[in-house]
Design a protein around this ligand. Sequence first.
Ligand SMILES: [Zn+2]
Length: 266
Amino acid sequence: DPFTQQEDFIGPKESMEIQCRIGADIHMAFDELTSLADTYDYNKEALERTERWAQISLDVHKQHRDDLGYRQSLYGVLQGGRWEDLRRSTAKKMGQMDFDGYGLGGAFLKSSLGDILTWCNEELPEHKPRHLLGLSRPDDILIGVENGAYTFDCVAPSREARHGRIYTKHGYYSLARQACQDCHEPLEVGCDCPTCQQGYTQSQLRQMMKSEDPKVREQYFRLSTIHNLRFTIRMMEEVRQAILDGTFQEYKEQFLKDYYGTKKKG
Ligand SMILES: [Zn+2]
């Protein structure tokens, strides 16, 4: 605890109590995230812990989920590394538990993401939403959607905005590069985010980012984060529309070509 300088213990019970007090709409069960370097045996052992914690999380959540006067949801978290038998068995087990939805967790290699999602999806009850934890790159989102993920969360759009990485349809660029100093265009021409709509230019925002005044820098953090988040949300709106129109494959190919096909400007 940064305020009391005391060490705090957080287990599944404490995690649920804290999340219920914060009042989030969707909570994640307490889980153990393994790394790409962990062995099969270790993953199996960690998974048993995660499944035990899942039941405790459910029980404690049930006691507190209505405390704030509205019903808060709880998602079970599916781990199991890159092993098909672990992924399928935990999806089956958790799928029978009374969760409102499921978060797919783990350290993924890009090449195995689609497979892992498919294994989980085939075992989960069809009507429960699936959330992909911690990914936000356009190619990851498109692979996720394609393999059944409904929602995503990630720190990258805001963290990268603070460090000057600006997302556009044609890839990202760095505001720190010299060319932005004399650029009087918005972060992305045609963007409908409030930062671009209010007429802030790359030149102005670059200057704010490099300011000595922490208040000005903070303002830059907010303005650039708004842009990157809007970019990500707009992309999801387009994805949804493409699914409705039956043109998801074409959308995906065109998006990836525009985003990764051009030379990175950063
Ligand atoms: Zn914008």
